[in-house]
Design a protein around this ligand. Structure first.
Ligand code: NAD
Length: 225
């Protein structure tokens, strides 16, 4: 069976990484226009770096949880093929053992040069005057996709979702497009696993609610027998 899984911030919530839209989420403390848009970065790059430097430090202190581990086990299972797409910029899927993760919104642990497109491992603290190690230009930024920018690998993602026998969205509020619209492309069955119904819950053929660390391992155990 071809399975495509899309994860969101909810899969990392129990690892101690804040979600964005929950009542105590990051957007209640920061204005997304200031820290997650190209315009915000142009206005105040130091503030944006501070925001992502704090996210990076938080991520380094966190550990993958049982949901990440279960999805890594699903990738290794011989009975299914898995395409794992994440909206998360953390690296907890990789640290749990997933080897092929499509980071549609980029990666916190990576830096990008806007002058020459080079990518490299981000230092824990990025600064506005950092130089690109390839071309030397002071035009570096976190390799994350901001609001108003086009997510990565959309063609590959669309093809995988269309060709899937089962599309599963885990821990995502379905407020951010185009990720929220992927369920419409799904060629087979669809399932939502979330703490509570997302904005698109009714678009899924089946749904199950609870903490990711409980419902994801249970679902993986069920389908891998
Ligand atoms: P979101 O914050 O909008 O939604 C989080 C979802 O997770 C909600 O539906 C919530 O009910 C659910 N949830 C919360 N705790 C859960 C738990 N313990 N178990 C299962 N589900 C739980 O996040 P989103 O939908 O991913 O979209 C917002 C954007 O936020 C994305 O673009 C993503 O890049 C970014 N983001 C990433 C991280 C990260 O990398 N860890 C963290 C916060 C936000």
């Amino acid at each position: 069976m071809k399975i495509v899984v899309l994860t969101g911030a909810g899969v990392s919530a129990e690892s101690g990484l804040g979600t964005f839209r929950d009542t105590d989420g990051l957007w209640t403390k920061y204005d997304l226009n200031d820290v997650a848009t190209p315009e915000g970065f142009a206005r105040d790059p130091a503030l944006v770096h501070d925001f992502y430097n704090a996210r990076r430090a938080n991520c380094l202190e966190s550990l993958p949880n049982a949901a990440h581990t279960a999805l890594a086990a699903l990738e290794r299972s011989a009975s299914h093929s898995l395409t794992l797409i994440t909206q998360n910029i953390d690296d907890l899927h990789e640290r749990a053992g997933s080897t092929e993760v499509i980071h549609m919104h980029g990666a916190l642990m990576q830096a990008l040069c806007v002058a020459c497109d080079a990518r490299w491992g981000a230092p824990i603290r990025m600064r506005p005057d950092d130089r690109c190690p390839t071309c030397g230009t002071r035009a570096t930024r976190p390799d994350v996709v901001w609001f108003g920018e086009v997510p990565y690998q959309m063609d590959r993602i669309g093809e995988a979702v269309q060709a899937s026998d089962l599309f599963v969205a885990i821990g995502t509020s379905a407020e951010v497009y185009p990720a929220a619209g992927l369920v419409e492309l799904a060629g087979g069955e669809t399932l939502e696993l979330n703490l509570e119904p997302s904005a698109r819950a009714n678009a899924f053929g089946a749904r199950q609610f609870g903490r990711a660390t409980e419902i994801v391992p249970a679902w993986v155990a069920k389908i891998t027998g």
